[in-house]
Design a protein around this ligand. Structure first.
Ligand SMILES: [Fe+2]
Ligand SMILES: [Fe+2]
Length: 295
């Protein structure tokens, strides 16, 4: 229903679960605290795992098919927000239909990840809007439920329409992207002006941009940057794409960096006590968000 392209089933879901991408990111950027505490990350360091092959294939597809035109097509399709409308709490149930069949016993559902992120932010005494960012940041993964391939929902994001940075993971796969040989897109700033600011740059399509657009009228600017760029690791972890930034981006970067560890390092096998937390979150959602969300 969603795509004009048709992809083979093996090209739609190369990962056994979306968590495989997140585990791969965690492997790349391990928690400095758990290293300090000598919690071994050796399990993640096993590069011969079958998971690693599926993640590699996932990035091959992502880097091959996320063209400038693909992004325009997805933006035109999804940013109309005319697919569904539902109360916020029902939206979490909807998101939770995304179940991982690989390991249903050990993986926490999407809502638990959101709640663990938001609770870790709250425990550190950050403003309540940032707690809400934690709660909402992966809502855009519902794109999978609209039939989008995994590589058009998750994965590190990167600018399209300009030269690729070798700071993006698996840069060698960009050779397969039709934009790679398109003159318009291959100067360092491509279709953009130097220093134009990220707000004028189109990112590869995925859950970050989608949730940002969904939330953009309801949260402060710092929170919107956290949503919009939380998977843009080449920027917030690697410092790439400086030629596209303006002063506002450089100023907002610290907020994106502040958020990232809560997303990456809050995972815990112990699910939060939702019964106890519920009144706080009902008030928080009511304070900032409208009664229904549009998808
Ligand atoms: Fe995310
Ligand atoms: Fe997340």
């Amino acid at each position: 229903m969603a795509t004009q392209h048709s992809f083979k089933p093996s090209e739609i879901n190369p990962l056994n679960s979306l968590d495989e991408w997140e585990d791969a990111v965690l492997n790349r950027y391990p928690d400095p605290d758990s290293i300090a505490k000598d919690k071994s990350t050796d399990a993640y360091r096993n590069y011969d795992t079958p998971e690693r092959d599926t993640v590699r294939e996932f990035y091959r597809l992502n880097h091959t098919y996320q063209t400038y035109d693909f992004v325009q097509e997805k933006r035109a399709h999804y940013l109309r927000f005319d697919k569904k409308e539902m109360p916020v709490w029902q939206a979490f149930d909807f998101l939770n239909q995304l179940v991982d069949d690989s390991d249903p016993d050990t993986d926490l559902d999407q809502f638990q990840h959101l709640l663990q992120t938001s609770e870790a932010i709250r425990a550190d005494g950050h403003p309540d809007w940032m707690v809400l960012v934690g709660l909402m940041h992966d809502m855009g993964k519902v794109l999978c439920l609209f039939g989008e391939p995994q590589w058009a929902v998750v994965g590190d994001t990167f600018p399209v329409g300009c030269a690729y940075s070798d700071k993006v993971v698996y840069p060698e796969f960009f050779k397969n992207n039709p934009d790679f040989t398109d003159q318009r897109f291959q100067s360092p700033t491509g279709v953009y002006e130097k220093g134009c600011g990220l707000r004028n740059v189109h990112m590869s399509w995925g859950h970050d941009e989608y949730v940002y657009q969904m939330m953009k009228d309801y949260l402060p600017e710092q929170g919107l940057y956290m949503l919009r760029y939380h998977s843009f690791y080449a920027w917030h972890r690697e410092g790439a794409y400086g030629e596209l930034l303006d002063d506002h981006d450089r100023d907002m970067l610290r907020w994106v960096k502040l958020f990232n560890p809560y997303d990456l390092y809050s995972k815990n096998p112990e699910p939060p006590d939702w019964k106890k937390l519920r009144p706080y979150y009902e008030d928080l959602v009511a304070k900032y968000l409208p009664a229904t969300l549009k998808f």
